[in-house]
Design a protein around this ligand. Structure first.
Ligand code: ATP
Ligand code: MG
Length: 390
């Protein structure tokens, strides 16, 4: 029997006049991903708010699921059979193709969505096919609310598509449907999740990692690269800047005019300035961080105020109000947690004061920064940085 993949989008459906733009982006990203993975051409039809893709005669459902689950903008998808629009015939086809259950569900229902102009009501057709299944001996009870098993039918004018499982997608907005953003990514838990959340909203994300090498070993850099590699599977053409930061930190740490407790805030201000410079170069329109309100010393209101004051570019902190547990759940789901949780010495734990300032004052910071060659540091950090692509 012919098989067709039906994809439903989520929030795109709420768009008005520019809906076509988002659908085009979604189609493009599905086409590119599928063609890259399966090395063949796919044509994607757009009908009545759904995307339809003809499947090859033999296909591995799991492999398709793996690709489709990484595409933003997809609300759900299903691998349908192309059947009749005649209810009795469709019912027989749905019966013939029932999956082989490892554990038989105890209840089921038939669920029909149909075009308006068909000559019967959905509820009647559902009852008719349900009765056919019961007569044939499906050995399950009918349960209309939250059944364990659903025979899902979409009836168009000339085709009845049926399937037995609907997979949930990532939802969000299609890749590259919004502008570019630069994400400050550490090897920790939070910033990979923050980057993912903004990619999921359609941003094209460029990554910047500040490393302490040669003052730290290369583990931390490798760890952040591995994380970016995982995230790169969710967008196209990923770029990552690896910026040496250890030397700058050391210069600040040995400077007798810089009080130890204020170092952390100075490091962060510098990171933002360097990232802003990279954003300008890349024509990106904002920065992303994994900051979370009140989680660590640099995230008190006072310190966030003092840190953000260093730049004028928009800053996005998608995790600002989440609990750590919720952040970890997302990290586990996207596959970055196992890498992020590995202990490693990062540039942030290096040259750190024992008792960091919790309420930095920007007037003091300005006075200290006046005597530091900040402009030169920014230029040389970017010059000495390395760019890698995934
Ligand atoms: P994370 O889990 O992302 O490391 P965190 O909870 O440890 O965050 P901080 O270490 O204070 O918090 O870092 C706050 C944010 O600053 C990070 O989420 C990240 O966006 C940015 N950041 C910190 N260290 C680095 C680094 N070495 N390179 C790039 N960005 C960094
Ligand atoms: Mg960290």
């Amino acid at each position: 029997m012919k098989r067709v993949l039906i994809v439903h989008y989520g929030e795109i459906g709420l768009k008005g006049a520019n809906k076509e733009y988002f659908v085009k982006k979604l189609r493009k990203s599905m086409k590119m991903r599928l063609e890259k993975r399966f090395r063949k051409t796919f044509s994607i039809k757009y009908t009545l708010g759904r995307l339809l893709i003809e499947l090859p005669e033999k296909f591995n459902e799991e492999e398709y699921v793996d690709v489709l689950r990484k595409i933003f903008g997809i609300k759900n998808f299903k691998f349908t059979y192309v059947g009749s629009t005649k209810i009795d015939k469709l019912g027989a086809q749905a019966w013939d193709n029932l999956p082989k259950f490892e554990v038989r569900p105890s209840n089921f229902r038939i669920k029909i969505k149909r075009s308006m102009n068909l000559p019967y009501k959905s509820a009647e057709a559902e009852r008719e096919i349900g009765a056919l299944m019961l007569n044939n001996g499906i050995d399950m009870k009918v349960k209309l609310k939250n059944p364990e098993f659903i025979v899902d039918i979409e009836l168009f004018n000339d085709i009845g598509y049926f399937s037995y499982n609907t997979y949930k997608g990532q939802a969000g907005m299609p890749s590259n449907s919004q502008g570019k953003l630069v994400s400050l990514i550490s090897s920790g838990i939070d910033s990979p999740v923050a980057s993912f959340q903004m990619m999921r909203r359609g941003a094209r994300v460029i990554f910047v990692h500040f490393h302490g090498y040669p003052y730290t070993d290369k583990d931390e850099m490798h760890q952040s690269k591995e994380i970016v590699e995982i995230l790169s599977k969710y967008q196209f053409d990923t770029k990552m800047y690896l910026v040496p930061f250890g030397e700058i930190q050391k210069k600040i740490a040995v400077n007798p005019d810089v009080p130890a407790k204020i170092r952390t805030v100075l490091y962060r201000r510098l990171m933002l300035r360097i990232a802003e410079s990279i954003a300008k170069k890349e024509r990106a329109k904002g920065l992303i961080t994994g900051d979370n309100y009140g989680q660590v010393a640099s995230q008190t209101s006072e310190n966030m105020f003092a840190i953000h004051e260093a730049t004028s570019i928009p800053l996005f902190h998608p995790l600002i109000s989440l609990d750590k547990e919720d952040i970890i759940k997302i990290a586990e789901k996207i596959g970055t947690f196992d890498i992020s949780k590995l202990p490693c010495k990062d540039s942030c734990s290096m040259f750190m004061p024992k008792h960091p300032e919790l309420k930095a004052n920007i007037y003091d910071l300005h006075k200290i920064e006046e005597h530091l060659p900040i402009g030169d540091w920014i230029v040389s950090a970017i010059e000495e940085g390395e760019v890698i692509k995934f």
